[in-house]
Design a protein around this ligand. Structure first.
Ligand code: PEP
Ligand code: MN
Length: 372
């Protein structure tokens, strides 16, 4: 059960205390207060956990301080929409807004290699007006003999460069709790010139201890990548592990699912699920065309498959793109074959703008029809 409080009511008000006392009459029910940051106001929600069946909704609804009471299924308790008009989960980070209406491109290296390559990418992104990037310092590799990432050692110069070129946020995968601490410490030491979005990779999609670790801190938002070999439902439940620990600043990323039926793409592109995740949850949705497509194959119309797949996600309302690029892909230490070149990156940004604009026009046209 979720009790939505009236604007301005929080823990300090007597109305809150009254509701709390009332709930106290029902044994086995605990309250978790959650602040949901909406576009226009912050909404406080009391989430009741346990056996709430006997709690009378009408009595609660009539209490001062209560705006609305909802019975929700236990499924996707926090991230879910529950078929009602609730405030979408959104957040502000480093001056950027992330919600189901916002839109950002995060472009960069699969794995950080050299200072020069990172600088060249940041320079290009700055020219293109892109203020967010992706940089892998800790890499989960299929083979233990493959490059595992520079780890902590590259963070000082990476953060310094990000600050120099105005990168506001870096999406960076973490493989264990210690990596969060390392990032935190190095960011502090560097004077916080940039921000970090902690990425949970597809291989850790059900690493519940790691999910709890990113969920129990509030310094960094989380980019959760769908598990490549599990159901969408299982991936969404995994996100609940993050939010149930307290961190609700989370973006859900579609990155393709493993299936030989996806061939010749690396994974089966799953961007038709953009509207599905937006409908089932209140989370902003990201797409990763690089790991979905995984090749630089080109369609007869001249566009790379990566462009086409990305456009499919954007035209369906994606809120973020995570894409890999490299100035010299043959020198990349991982995923070179799918990296966009710098001039391709410029075309990608231009093409994405066209498609995003088309999506906004679709929305505008559809609201005109509703009004008419
Ligand atoms: C990545 O984005 O660097 C990555 C490894 O992606 P995924 O976890 O989706 O394979
Ligand atoms: Mn990669």
């Amino acid at each position: 059960m979720i009790i939505i409080l009236r604007p301005g009511i929080d823990k300090t008000h007597k109305e809150y205390k009254k509701i709390e006392d009332f709930i106290g009459n029902f044994s086995g029910v605990t309250i978790r207060l959650i602040e949901v940051e909406g576009e226009t106001r912050t909404v406080s929600e009391m989430h009741l956990i346990g056996s709430t069946n006997t709690i009378p909704e009408d009595t609660l609804e009539a209490m001062p301080g209560v705006e609305r009471v909802m019975r929700v299924s236990t499924k996707y308790r926090q991230i879910g929409r529950h078929d009602i008009d609730v405030v979408p989960i959104g957040f502000e980070y480093q001056g950027l807004r992330f919600d189901q209406d916002s839109f950002h491109i995060f472009a960069g290296l699969c794995s950080v290699d050299t200072y020069e390559h990172v600088e060249e990418i940041f320079k290009t992104l700055k020219e293109l007006g892109v203020v967010a990037t992706r940089m892998g310092a800790y890499k989960p590799r299929t083979s233990p003999y493959d490059f595992q990432g520079h780890g902590r050692s590259c963070l000082p110069w990476l953060f310094e460069l990000a600050g120099k070129y105005g990168m506001k946020v870096i999406a960076m995968e973490v493989l264990k709790e210690q990596h969060i601490e390392e990032i935190f410490e190095e960011l502090e030491r560097a004077g916080k010139p940039t921000g970090i979005m902690l990425q949970i990779g597809t291989r850790n999609a059900q690493n519940f201890e790691l999910l709890k670790a990113v969920g129990s801190q509030n310094e960094f938002p989380v980019l959760y990548k769908r598990g490549m070999g599990i159901t969408l439902e299982e991936s969404l439940n995994a996100c609940e592990y993050v939010t149930s620990e307290g961190n609700r600043n989370i973006v859900f990323c579609l990155r393709g699912v493993k299936s030989h039926l996806g061939a010749p793409h690396r994974n089966l592109v799953d961007f038709a699920h953009v509207p599905v995740v937006k409908r089932l949850t209140r989370l902003p949705v990201c797409i990763d065309p690089s790991h979905s497509v995984g090749t630089k194959d080109r369609a007869p119309d001249g566009f790379l498959d990566i462009f086409h797949a990305s456009a499919q996600g954007v035209i369906a309302g994606a809120n973020m793109i995570l894409v890999e690029c490299h100035p010299v892909p043959e020198k990349a230490l991982s995923d070179g074959p799918q990296a966009l070149l710098m001039d391709e990156m410029a075309r990608f940004v231009e093409d994405t703008k066209i498609v995003r604009d088309a999506y906004l026009r679709r929305i505008e046209a559809s609201s005109r029809h509703k009004m008419g």
